[in-house]
Design a protein around this ligand. Structure first.
Ligand code: FES
Ligand code: FE2
Length: 357
C-alpha cells in the first residue's frame, strides 16, 4: 500500500468508525496480535499466584491466566483441555496446582498438564495438547503483556520508549489503585485514540493543559509501532530533572505522552505515570481505564487535572461520533505539524486491516 504524504493525505474514511463488520474484522487483524497489558509485578509479587482475566473484556473476551511459578511469570488459556471448562475462577496465592472443577483435571501453575482421573487407559495421552494453551508473556519494567496470535514483535513496540526513558527510576513508581479511574465513552475506540494523538485541539479544548505546555514547541516523534508527543512545559510548570547526557536535557519537558499500538498510552509526568487502556466494547462504546503509579516521594496527589482533561476530550469525541454518521462527512485533512501521530495511527490501521479507505 503506497503511503500518501501527510501534506496530501486524507484522514481515514468514516466507515472505519461506523461499519460493524470492520470492527469485527479488527478483532483478528488489529487486536489478537497486539500486545495487551495484563498485569504487573505489584499484582504478581508472590510466587504460586494465579490471576484469571478476561482479555479485552467485552470485546475479545478471551479467558486467560497469568501466574507466577518458580519465580517466573507465565500466561496461558484458562480453558480446560478436557471439555472446555474455565479452570481458575479467582485470584489465588500459595496454590500448588490448578484443578478443573468439572472433572478434576490437574495442571501445574505454568499451565502444563499434571494428572487426570479415569484416563489410565487413554491412548497417546497426555500430549502437549493437554496442556493449557500457552501464551507468550513479555515484561517491560513492572508491566506484563501478552498477545493471542503472532504478528507483532514486542521489541518493536517498546524499545523506543524504553531508551528515551532510561533516566526514570522505575523502582520508585508505586502502584496506587485508589487513584485509578474508569470511564465509559459513547464513541468508537479509534475516535478516542485519534483525539489523543493530535495536539491541534489542545489550545481550543484544554485551557488548563494549554497553560502548562509551551505549545509552540509541541512535537511528535513517530516510531514503528508507537509515537511520542513531547510535552515541553511553559515557564513555571513542573519539569523533569534530567542527566546532562540525555537528548532532552535543557528542553524543560513537562510530560512524555507515549502511545503504543493500538490502544495503550503511557503518560509520564514529574509526579508519576498514568497508563491509559482503551478497550473497544461496541461500534460506539469504549471503556477507558486510567491506571495510576506515583513516585514514592509524592505524598499528596489528586486526579483533578486528568479528569478535567478527560471530560473536555469526551465532549469533543462524543460530538465527532455524531459527525462520522453524517452523509456529508467522510474524511478530512491532516495538519502536517500538529497531527502527525494521528496520521501515523491511521496508516497503521490501513496497513493491518489491508483497508484503503
Ligand atoms: S472440563 Fe476440565 S476436567 Fe473436564
Ligand atoms: Fe485532549
Amino acid at each position: 500500500m503506497n503511503k500518501v504524504p501527510i501534506n496530501q493525505a486524507r484522514t481515514i474514511h468514516t466507515a472505519f468508525y461506523t461499519d460493524k463488520n470492520l470492527l469485527d474484522e479488527s478483532k483478528e487483524k488489529i487486536f489478537a496480535p497486539s500486545w495487551q497489558l495484563i498485569s504487573n509485578t505489584h499484582e504478581l509479587e508472590k510466587d504460586q499466584t494465579v490471576i484469571p482475566l478476561q482479555l479485552m473484556n467485552g470485546f475479545l473476551n478471551e479467558p486467560i491466566v497469568v501466574s507466577k511459578y518458580n519465580n517466573q511469570a507465565h500466561c496461558y488459556s484458562n480453558i480446560c483441555t478436557h471439555r472446555g471448562m474455565i479452570v481458575v475462577n479467582e485470584k489465588q496465592t500459595g496454590v500448588r496446582q490448578l484443578t478443573c472443577p468439572y472433572h478434576g483435571r490437574c495442571f501445574r501453575l505454568d499451565g502444563s498438564f499434571k494428572s487426570m482421573p479415569e484416563f489410565a487407559n487413554a491412548e497417546n495421552f497426555p500430549t502437549v495438547d493437554d496442556d493449557l494453551h500457552p501464551l507468550k508473556i513479555e515484561k517491560w519494567k513492572m508491566f506484563y503483556f501478552t498477545q493471542l496470535t503472532d504478528g507483532i514483535d514486542f521489541n518493536d513496540l517498546i524499545k523506543d520508549m524504553d531508551k528515551r526513558l532510561s533516566f526514570i527510576d522505575f523502582d520508585k513508581l508505586i502502584r496506587r489503585p485508589e487513584h485509578d479511574n474508569r470511564f465509559m465513552v459513547d464513541a468508537h475506540w479509534a475516535l478516542y485514540v485519534d483525539n489523543y494523538l493530535e495536539g491541534l485541539h489542545i489550545p481550543f479544548v484544554h485551557k488548563g493543559l494549554n497553560d502548562a505546555l509551551a505549545m509552540e514547541q509541541y512535537k511528535s516523534e513517530l516510531y514503528k509501532l508507537s509515537n511520542l508527543q513531547l510535552g515541553v512545559g511553559a515557564s513555571g510548570s513542573e519539569q523533569f530533572d534530567m542527566p546532562k547526557d540525555h537528548p532532552d536535557y535543557g528542553k524543560g519537558v513537562h510530560a512524555y505522552y507515549y502511545w503504543l499500538w493500538p490502544n495503550m498510552m503511557f503518560n509520564f509526568y514529574t509526579w508519576g505515570l498514568s497508563v491509559n487502556i482503551i478497550n473497544p466494547i461496541s461500534i460506539d462504546k469504549t471503556e477507558v481505564i486510567f491506571q495510576t503509579w506515583l513516585f514514592d516521594h509524592v505524598a499528596e496527589w489528586s486526579d483533578k487535572d486528568l479528569v478535567v482533561t478527560e471530560m473536555e476530550d469526551e465532549t469533543v469525541v462524543h460530538s465527532v461520533q455524531q459527525g462520522v454518521r453524517s452523509r456529508f462527512y467522510q474524511s478530512g485533512r491532516y495538519s502536517p505539524t500538529m497531527e502527525q501521530g494521528l496520521y501515523h495511527f491511521h496508516n497503521l490501521i490501513k496497513e493491518k486491516m489491508q483497508y484503503d479507505g
